[in-house]
Ligand binder design. Structure first.
Ligand SMILES: [Zn+2]
Length: 445
């Protein structure tokens, strides 16, 4: 022990004495205890190891190597509120899905539901989807496009504990041009289109600043823009750039001035580059990225959320002879869907920062983990895909100080999967046995 260590120990002992505590009980507390033979505290970095995790309230208080018994902990003066034996399981940080639409799910009735459902109906649908998502091991989601009233009410309901679901960050309605990918009034009669138009539709730089500010006033955690055309809008307007560069620069500037990041839906190369040049933090999809766009990603230190599950889902719909897609949707789904897997490989090989995001709402809520196998098929290792859904996922949404790893001081978002997902990543699809969010257990099988 060095001289300074002696001094530190002496000071600690003096503080303990001043508080009327003995040396062993100076850190005594009431803890919930999790034990496992396979903790992966930082996916992609740490090797699985036996561990004992001590939780105080909604936070991780201590992570110890090896399985420390109740007797030993009580001998240290601690009170144990509850203990969970997760031997035979791999314990991971709660998963983060960076791209969901939690209030709806693709189905043959969806174009009718647009005019049947009001915001309250969509919030109720969202409550069901939120429960499925949490039970699948996803403790945090970033919603990137939903009816604002519905999703903000759902976010608040989950935060209050009224609704069982993951922690939700949300953009509310997407910011888009008239007739663009985010204009949900396409293909309806003019009367209906006027009703379906959202205040987040904007044209021209000043109007787009207004739309951003309005979304923030309504409660947006981040701003989602439709930089290019997209697959599921009912219009044959391609998948290249839609906003002008001037509009995107105004959006990013207005958002930054109010402390919000911008994430951009973008398939076509022109739109990806214009969005990155405007300063967006994240690109969603990125289907046509190439060497030039990769350079723009790196220059901006931007994230890619590649959504291969969305690509696979829409490609499947396009092939279905009885598909519910409109003809415009089907043309684009058949063209774009099958390209997304190869794009994932290009992005991974080029070293782009990849955060996990499924576009659930296109695919089914609760099936989010199906994306892991698709990411492995792009060349990533299972550990790297889990890192994308934890460490990198938390950085993408600027929550890396609170979630994404299992370490002292972070929120107690912890899941356990039966078996070893580093051997078989599909175990994450159907073998999630334990889910804790914010220190509360929601699943324990
Ligand atoms: Zn989406």
């Amino acid at each position: 022990m060095s001289q300074s260590d002696h001094v530190k120990k002496k000071i600690a002992a003096l503080i303990g004495t001043a508080l009327g505590l003995t040396a062993t009980s100076a850190l005594a507390g009431t803890y919930t205890v999790l034990r496992t033979d396979r903790l992966i505290a930082e996916p992609g970095e740490s090797e699985p190891s036996p561990a004992t995790i001590l939780l105080a309230g909604n936070k991780i208080a201590d992570v110890r190597i090896g399985q420390v018994s109740d007797d030993v902990l009580e001998g240290e003066g601690h009170t144990l509120a509850a203990s969970y034996d997760l031997t035979g399981h791999t314990v991971l940080p709660g998963l983060i899905d960076g791209h969901v639409h939690i209030t709806f799910e693709g189905n043959p009735m969806q174009r009718l539901q647009m005019v049947q459902f009001d915001s309250a109906d969509m919030a109720m649908k969202g409550a069901g989807f939120a429960r499925k998502t949490l039970m699948a091991g996803f403790t945090t989601v970033r919603d990137v496009g939903a009816d604002s009233d519905a999703v903000f009410a759902l976010r608040a309901g989950v935060a209050r504990g009224d609704v069982v679901g993951p922690r939700i960050l949300s953009s509310g309605d997407t910011v888009s041009i008239t007739g663009g990918h985010g204009d949900r009034s396409q293909g309806y009669s003019n009367d209906v289109a006027h009703v379906l138009t959202s205040p987040s539709i904007c044209n021209g730089a000043d109007d787009c600043r207004r739309a951003v500010r309005e979304q923030i006033r309504r409660g947006a955690d981040h701003i989602k823009i439709m930089a290019t055309g997209g697959v599921l809008s009912n219009t044959l307007t391609g998948t290249e750039q839609q906003f002008t560069s001037e509009e995107m620069e105004a959006i990013v500037d207005a958002a930054r001035k109010m402390g919000r990041d911008v994430t951009a839906h973008a398939h076509g190369k022109t739109g990806i580059e214009a969005a990155l040049n405007a300063g967006v933090r994240t690109i969603e999809h990125g289907t046509y990225l190439d060497d030039t766009t990769v350079r723009a990603f790196k220059k901006n230190d931007a994230f890619l959320v590649p959504t291969p599950l969305a690509g696979a889902t829409v490609a499947g719909w396009a092939e279905d002879p009885n598909t519910f897609l409109t003809s415009a949707q089907r043309v684009k789904a058949a063209r774009v869907g099958p390209l997304m897997q190869a794009m994932g490989t290009r992005a991974y090989k080029a070293g782009v920062k990849i955060a996990f995001g499924t576009d659930s709402g296109v695919s089914r809520h609760g099936d989010n983990a199906k994306e892991f196998a698709l990411m492995v098929a792009t060349g990533m290792s299972p550990a790297e895909t889990i890192r994308a859904a934890t460490v990198i996922g938390s950085e993408n949404i600027r929550m890396q100080d609170q979630i994404g790893t299992i370490e002292a001081g972070k929120l107690a978002d912890i899941i356990a999967v039966k078996g070893d997902p580093l051997e078989d990543v599909t175990l994450l699809e159907n073998s999630i046995a334990f889910v804790m969010k914010d220190g509360k257990v929601f699943k324990n099988e």
